[in-house]
Ligand binder design. Sequence first.
Ligand SMILES: Nc1ncnc2c1ncn2[C@@H]1O[C@H](COP(=O)(O)OP(=O)(O)O)[C@@H](O)[C@H]1O
Ligand SMILES: [Mg+2]
Length: 258
Amino acid sequence: MVVSTEGTGKRARPDSRLPVVIVDDLHVEYKVYATGKRATEADRGGLLRRAKRTRTVHALKGVSFTAYENDSIGVIGSNGSGKSTLMRAITGLTPSSSGAVYAVSRPSMLGVGAALIKTLSGQRNVILGGLAMGLSKREVEERYDEIVDFAGIRPFIDLPMRTYSSGMTARLKFAIATVRKHEILIVDEALAVGDRKFRKRSEQRIREIRDNAGTVFLVSHSMQSIRDTCNRVIWIEKGELMMDGDPDEVISAYEATR
Ligand SMILES: Nc1ncnc2c1ncn2[C@@H]1O[C@H](COP(=O)(O)OP(=O)(O)O)[C@@H](O)[C@H]1O
Ligand SMILES: [Mg+2]
């Protein structure tokens, strides 16, 4: 027997979870100032006019979707398809040329919050970074060991950060940025660094944030990381949303085009 809820006044909502981010027909255009010989020769009118020659890169062309609490959304697509532009637009760092992004709270983008200082030691950076993330001094002290061990930089903690490899720096940023609760966290390619063990620990952290009613966006070229941490995948190609849905389905469709 097929039970229909149509017309009973109790129609099941497609998703009863709280919407956290709404992206509505979002367009982003970059103005690129054209330089080079051809522009110069074509435009003998003068320096002023020449300086104003621009080219427009239409990086996002009408992207729409809604992210809900507990969503962990993998974002995939080939290089230059607009993934980072979409993430920056969600945080508000990149303005839209039309359309809109609505978010219930300000999204945190990994790496933006924790600006580390190269001349200071890892230890000082953990403390300053923790404070910058909004922890109290006491909370930073309580979480200090956890941050250092998560980043795996204990033997180097007294050395200035300029002596750290880019992998160590990225691990420390991830450890600091994820130390506190995030309602909306954006991770753009950060898991590409570090070894397998660090990746596993990071994926576990992403799952924890998501379990705490947070919403996570994960841009990654690792389909394995996305399968392991995401309940949903958005595929972007040439600035357009190709597919939005179940990770296995979207990833197979994406891989079939490559
Ligand atoms: N700051 C910028 N100025 C001009 N063009 C940009 C800028 N950032 C990105 N683009 C262009 O926008 C398009 C999308 O880039 P991006 O969002 O970085 O893609 P992805 O992260 O998927 O590799 C590309 O064509 C890229 O060259
Ligand atoms: Mg990118």
